[in-house]
Write a new protein. Structure first.
Length: 157
């Protein structure tokens, strides 16, 4: 059961994009607001260009500090955003292009940033997959241990 269906307030979220993801960013911000999040939106306006790592670092910093519970990043493919965001401590950014990954990135990996490629899945894809991401809770249990090992950077076996 999600926090939302338990009646808890979802908290804050931040959404960023480069020039390739402006419409997707606006769509994602509106979906997050519909889910009750307080949303901050960062990125260029139409006709402007931006380097995706700048937005990825801005969004990931807010998640890293705890100022935002979730982040959403939209660029052409989602890949560059995830690469940059995952340099931040405690950030688990997943590139999502299908419903199974949207669900598992939350249920098993406790992803806290969803990265979308607007040129790959389009606006309808972002809408559908962000809904799945937001409605799925982390399962915990054995996944808690595994997620904890992501941050260590060393093999324990
Ligand atoms: C911008 O043209 C493009 O490279 C960027 O949006 C993204 O796809 C990078 O990963």
């Amino acid at each position: 059961m999600s926090d939302e269906s338990r009646g808890e307030r979802p908290g804050s979220a931040i959404v960023g994009s480069d020039h390739a993801g402006i419409e997707g960013r606006r769509t994602a911000a509106s979906i997050l607001r519909d889910h009750g999040f307080e949303v901050t939106e960062v990125g260029p306006s139409e006709g402007e260009s931006a380097d995706y790592p700048d937005l990825a670092h801005e969004v990931a910093s807010r998640v890293e500090s705890g100022a935002a519970r979730f982040g959403v990043l939209v660029c052409g493919t989602g890949q560059g955003m995830a690469m940059a965001a995952n340099r931040h401590s405690g950030v688990r950014a997943a590139v999502i292009a299908d419903a199974f990954t949207a669900e598992m990135s939350r249920a098993h990996n406790d992803a806290n940033i969803a990265c979308f490629g607007e040129r790959v899945i389009g606006i309808q894809g972002i809408e559908a997959l962000l809904e799945v991401f937001l409605r799925t809770d982390f399962e915990g249990g054995r996944h808690e241990r595994r997620v904890g090992k992501i941050e260590t950077g060393v093999a324990e076996r």
